[in-house]
Design a protein around this ligand. Structure first.
Ligand SMILES: [Zn+2]
Length: 126
């Protein structure tokens, strides 16, 4: 396996075709829009998806815009982050741990509701 960075050539609205190196985690640019500006080129990794039934509740995946001109908090930038939907934010490690903790807490609430409903349906006193 080569240690050379993988390079892709993609079309931009302001600079035409550009060759850019992709990080190892980038899933490629198959869905790239040629109307994209150079500064808005984004590397995206595979998404981790939380689906229940047929509903997608949460998706998260690595992103990086290596040519971003200004770092807008919450909208990604030159530093890799994890884009989370439907939150609509790109989080760093601290934000991701906070999200994981919130999901843990929420899972506990769902189990408490299940316990309460189970007791209720069994004729319990709740
Ligand atoms: Zn890429």
């Amino acid at each position: 396996m080569s240690a050379e960075p993988r390079t892709v050539t993609i079309t931009t609205i302001d600079r035409g075709d550009v060759a850019i190196p992709c990080p190892a985690w980038c899933a490629g640019h198959a869905h790239h829009d040629p109307e994209t500006e150079y500064a808005d080129i984004i590397h995206s990794g595979p998404e981790s998806t939380l689906t229940f039934g047929y509903t997608t509740l949460l998706t998260a995946g690595l992103v990086q815009s290596p040519h971003a001109t200004d770092a807008t908090p919450g909208l990604g930038g030159r530093t890799p982050g994890v884009s989370v939907h439907p939150l609509g934010k790109t989080l760093g490690p601290v934000g991701l741990y906070e999200l994981a903790a919130a999901l843990d807490t929420y899972a506990d609430h769902i189990r408490d509701l299940a316990d309460q409903l189970d007791t209720l349906l069994a004729g319990g006193d709740q």
